[in-house]
Each structure stands twice: as structure tokens, then as C-alpha cells.
Write a protein that binds this ligand. Structure first.
Ligand code: NAD
Length: 366
């Protein structure tokens, strides 16, 4: 198969983790006989520096003409004082909207080798395996009006949370469909005791559930969900929620399973899928060669699974990550008292394991 991808490394550790994610992609492609065609484009701070636009037209065109997009992360303190539309994050929000990527799938799994890397007790996190389904094109991040107005000292800031029934229904369907292939449980997270958006959300999700009688639906307020996520993370299967709640809960899920640097994501629903690790550009560790590349590497597995239906190749990457962790490789975010390896050493080991596992799969199927 020909895999035509646009690569958007972005900013900070985005560049460092994407370098290794691409090496893993190349290793899988070589092992399984696929051809990879890559074009690199700027987004976020890198694009602001090059063209004073966080999402240049050239980048959008490249993305829309490829089969899938792999993105690192955007964000840099250098642009903190810029107006909203000239911040790196504005480029990513625009890209998601241009792509119509309304469903953000964020799995959080506790690898058995990492039970002791979680700040929670090993017996609490063991077996954690959830899929957070975050609505990606609505809510506060996109709602209009939005502004900061007035004279210094008495300025007023406005953001708007909006959801309509079709937007809730289409994301709910994604969650129910995924649940059918998993443990058949959907937990819908909202704030229906306070917010109108959440009351409509709950009503529409409940109505949609009637078409999935095999799936058990429950509801929880987001504050309560945040608490249960650290008390009983294993209870979660598919978690369905709106844009901002999903953003927050998935970072928390990263903490629960050991590190935000482990989490992958897929933003789908439009004609071209966008794949990005959950973490940001991490300016505090950028340039040090210590970032965990596993979230970005696992993102490649999601890309192969969801955009190319290459399940064996995706599973090969996941097994390679598992065995790298089983062998004791830990970047600084995961090292608890053991000496950490660099981003490159972790990436190289996964490539080695991909080749080993891939060729054993090849031998079995021959
Ligand atoms: P962040 O995710 O960049 O970092 C949060 C913490 O997690 C930091 O301590 C960081 O060192 C650590 N961390 C994150 N990824 C890691 C990895 N792979 N390995 C090891 N440690 C890792 O979030 P932040 O600090 O709140 O934001 C930094 C910048 O990133 C901001 O400009 C923000 O807007 C942007 N951001 C971008 C995205 C995205 O591109 N999708 C997502 C979140 C934040």
C-alpha cells in the first residue's frame, strides 16, 4: 500500500517525538512491504515564524491532499503575548475545523510494565483500558462570540459554549459504535446540573442510546468523573464528553497511566484523519532530548488502524512498545528511581522491536 502522509512536527518536543514516530512508521512499512510518501509542512509557532500565520494555506492544501496527517504539537511561550488568531494553538484549532475532524479518540491504557509508574497504587491502575471520545469542533473552544473588551482594569472576557443536536448525536454515535467493539459501556460526562449545553447533551445521548440496546449507558457530572477517574480508573470503558471536559480528563488519564507522554490520539470524522499525541509542546523539556516518544509512536499505530485499516501493522507497533517497556526502557517521565533513557534510545529500541516482531509475524503467515 502507498501511505501518503503530511507530517506537521510543529513546535517544542513535537519535532523530537515526530522524528522517532516517523522512523517507526518507516520500519513498519519496510517490514510489511508498504511504501511511504511524506511531505513536511509548518504549523503553529514554526509557521508563525516562517509566514506569520499559524496555519498557512500551503499547509492546509498539503493536508487535504494526503491520506492522513501526523502532527507533533504546537505552542511556544514566544507567542504568549500575541492576539488569539496569531497564537500557535489557533493554527491547530483551524486545522481541526478545516478537516471536519469532530471526533477525537484518546485511548488511555495501563501497560503492565508501568503499573508502578503511576502515582496511584499499582493495584488501582492495573487493567485500566479506556477510550475517551472527545467532541472536537464545538463547545467553548469554537463558540462565538468570544472577546476581551473594555478599558484596562474593567475588561470583560467572553467565551461561548454552544452545542446543537446534530453535533451531539454524531459524536455519541462514534462512542456507541466503539463501545460495541469493546466492553459495551459508555459513560457520558457532562455538567447537566448547571449547564444548558449539558442538559441537551444528556437528552440527545440518552435518545441515541436507544439504538444501541446492547450498550450500557451511564451519566456522570464532570467533577465527579474527575474523582472516580483516580479512585477506580478500571471502571471506565468508553468515556463520551464535550470538547473542554475531554481535554482536561484525558490529561488526567495520562497521569493515571503513568505519563501524558504515553497518550496517542486520532481526530477523525472528516475526509482526512489527523493523528497527534495528546501532549503539548512541553517547553520545559524541549531541546533536552528527554521527551517520551511513545505517545507519538502509538499515534502512528492509530493512524495505520483508522486511516488505512492496517490492523496487523498497528498491533505490531503496540506490541513493540509493550516489549520495549517490558525490557525496562523508561524515559525520564516514567523512570521511578531507575536511570532514564533518552528520546532517541527509546525510539531506536521500538524500531528494533518492530523489526523483530514484524518479521516473526511475516514468518508465521508465510
Ligand atoms: P504539555 O502537554 O506540553 O506539558 C505538560 C507537562 O507534561 C509538562 O511538564 C511536560 O514536560 C510534560 N510532558 C508532556 N509531554 C511529554 C512527553 N512526551 N514526555 C515527557 N514529558 C511530557 O502542556 P502545557 O505545558 O500545558 O503546554 C505547553 C504548550 O503546549 C502550550 O503552548 C499549550 O498551548 C500547548 N499544547 C499544545 C497541544 C497540542 O499541540 N495538541 C496540547 C496541549 C498543549
Amino acid at each position: 500500500m502507498l501511505l501518503r502522509l503530511t507530517i506537521l512536527p510543529g513546535d517544542g518536543i513535537g519535532l523530537e517525538v515526530i522524528e522517532h514516530a516517523v522512523l517507526v512508521l518507516q520500519a513498519v512499512a519496510d517490514t510489511f512491504g508498504h511504501q511511504v510518501q511524506l511531505q513536511y509542512k509548518n504549523i503553529g509557532g514554526a509557521a508563525l515564524t516562517a509566514a506569520n500565520d499559524p496555519l498557512p494555506a500551503e499547509t492546509i492544501q498539503a493536508c487535504l491532499s494526503s491520506s492522513a496527517i501526523l502532527l507533533g504539537a504546537v505552542g511556544s511561550p514566544a507567542f504568549d503575548q500575541n492576539p488569539g488568531h496569531l497564537r500557535p494553538e489557533a493554527g491547530l484549532l483551524r486545522l481541526r475545523r478545516e478537516l471536519g475532524a469532530y471526533a477525537n479518540l484518546r485511548p488511555a491504557v495501563c501497560f503492565s510494565a508501568l503499573e508502578d509508574s503511576s502515582p496511584l497504587r499499582g493495584d488501582l491502575v492495573r487493567g485500566t483500558d479506556m477510550m475517551i471520545v472527545r467532541e472536537l469542533l464545538g463547545g467553548l473552544y469554537f463558540g462565538e462570540p468570544r472577546s476581551i473588551n473594555g478599558a484596562n482594569g474593567s475588561r470583560v472576557a467572553v467565551n461561548t459554549m454552544t452545542y446543537d443536536e446534530p453535533a451531539i448525536e454524531r459524536i455519541a454515535r462514534v462512542a456507541f459504535e466503539l463501545a460495541m467493539k469493546r466492553r459495551k459501556k459508555v459513560l457520558s460526562v457532562d455538567k447537566a446540573n448547571v449547564l444548558e449545553c449539558s442538559r441537551l447533551w444528556r437528552e440527545v445521548v440518552t435518545r441515541c442510546a436507544k439504538q444501541y440496546p446492547g450498550v450500557q449507558l451511564s451519566h456522570m457530572y464532570v467533577d465527579s468523573a474527575a474523582m472516580v477517574l483516580v479512585q477506580r480508573p478500571r471502571d471506565f470503558d468508553v468515556v463520551l464528553t464535550e470538547n473542554m471536559f475531554g481535554d482536561i480528563l484525558s490529561d488526567q488519564a495520562g497521569g493515571v497511566v503513568g505519563s501524558l507522554g504515553l497518550l496517542a490520539s486520532a481526530s477523525v470524522g472528516g475526509p482526512v484523519g489527523l493523528y497527534e499525541p495528546v501532549h503539548g509542546s512541553a517547553p520545559d523539556i524541549a531541546g533536552k532530548g528527554i521527551a517520551n516518544p511513545l505517545g507519538a509512536i502509538l499515534t502512528v499505530a492509530m493512524l495505520l488502524r483508522y486511516s488505512f485499516q492496517l490492523e496487523t501493522e498497528a498491533a505490531c507497533i503496540e506490541r513493540a512498545v509493550n516489549s520495549t517497556l517490558d525490557l525496562g526502557f523508561r524515559t525520564a517521565d516514567l523512570a521511578r528511581g531507575t536511570s532514564p533513557v533518552s528520546t532517541s534510545a527509546m525510539g531506536r529500541k521500538v524500531v528494533e522491536e518492530v523489526k523483530k516482531i514484524g518479521s516473526s509475524i511475516g514468518r508465521k503467515s508465510a
